[in-house]
Design a protein around this ligand. Structure first.
Ligand SMILES: Nc1ncnc2c1ncn2[C@@H]1O[C@H](COP(=O)(O)OP(=O)(O)O)[C@@H](O)[C@H]1O
Ligand SMILES: [Mg+2]
Length: 256
């Protein structure tokens, strides 16, 4: 009998914008997954506007959250110089984006893992090539979608647009995660957004991720993920989106 090919769950993490907390939430999910005994890898397929070895680069932060010292060339197959959408940055520096190279890095990175977290860049329709944006990449990779949304004025519109675009691309939206980017008391928009979003998008699970004072403190991030209820995202896979997948471990192994 042949051993079935192991394919991990894949979570695609997008945002309502750039700078909304995608990397923080991705790292928190990875750190919490490790606490739960899951084997987790994370990637940032294309990153722009950072130095290769910068400690604050998304790829570096994701790799640290997953542990095990993964090869940064797999975590981030494309590093682009200018802080621009990948397609624009690549065109301006004469780089060709080969989508097959992204998938090859993904395959190498996720081997023997229970979970792969894929962080997008900016929002869902940010272009990777002239023909492909993150919605198409996540759909072709069978990622379940996590939408990180900054809790501020404008988030109702940005979240509804993102959910609509995700569904148009055939993506299963597993979560909208409303993040607190500032400490202190909520203003009236921040205070009313959760209830408004819940009523506007009743079929999308909504989570509130707290402000974390030190965002490279992995145990604080894992704790934030746990208190936000994000363990629900780290459990068994949604079988409705798995058509076409070879096989999948429905219940991840837990060692603790
Ligand atoms: N929950 C949070 N608590 C505190 N600071 C946060 C939180 N989420 C994001 N930040 C801060 O906001 C900025 C943008 O977050 P980041 O995760 O890099 O966003 P993105 O990946 O969407 O560009 C960073 O300086 C980060 O430390
Ligand atoms: Mg980021």
């Amino acid at each position: 009998m042949t051993e079935p090919l192991h394919v991990p769950r894949r979570l695609g993490v997008t945002g309502t914008d750039t700078g909304v907390g995608k990397t923080v939430v991705s790292c928190a999910l990875a750190a919490r997954a490790r606490q739960l005994g899951l084997r987790v890898a994370a990637m940032k397929p294309l990153e722009s506007g950072v130095e290769a070895r910068a400690s604050d680069a998304d790829a570096t932060r994701l790799a640290a959250a997953c542990g095990g010292n993964p090869d940064l060339a797999l975590v981030r197959p494309y590093l682009l110089r200018e802080p621009l959408a990948p397609w624009v940055a690549a065109e301006r520096e004469g780089q060709h984006i080969d989508v097959a190279r992204l998938a090859a890095a993904r395959d190498a990175l996720e081997r023997d893992q229970d979970l792969l977290i894929v962080e997008g860049a900016g929002g869902l329709l940010v272009p990777i090539t002239a023909e492909l944006a993150y919605d198409g990449l996540f759909a072709s990779w069978h990622c379940e979608l996590v939408i990180v949304a900054a809790n501020r004025l404008g988030v109702l519109n940005h979240t509804r647009l993102t959910v609509q675009a995700a569904r148009a691309a055939g993506l299963a939206v597993r979560a909208v995660i409303l993040t607190a980017l500032h400490d202190g008391a909520d203003d009236v928009a921040q205070a009313s957004n959760p209830e408004a979003l819940h009523r506007l998008c009743p079929d999308v699970p909504l989570y509130r991720f707290p402000f974390v004072p030190v965002t490279d403190d992995l145990s604080a991030l894992a704790h934030a993920a746990q208190t936000a209820g994000l363990d629900a995202l780290l459990g068994s896979a949604d079988p409705t989106i798995l058509q076409g997948r070879d096989t999948l471990r429905l219940q991840p192994s837990r060692t603790s």
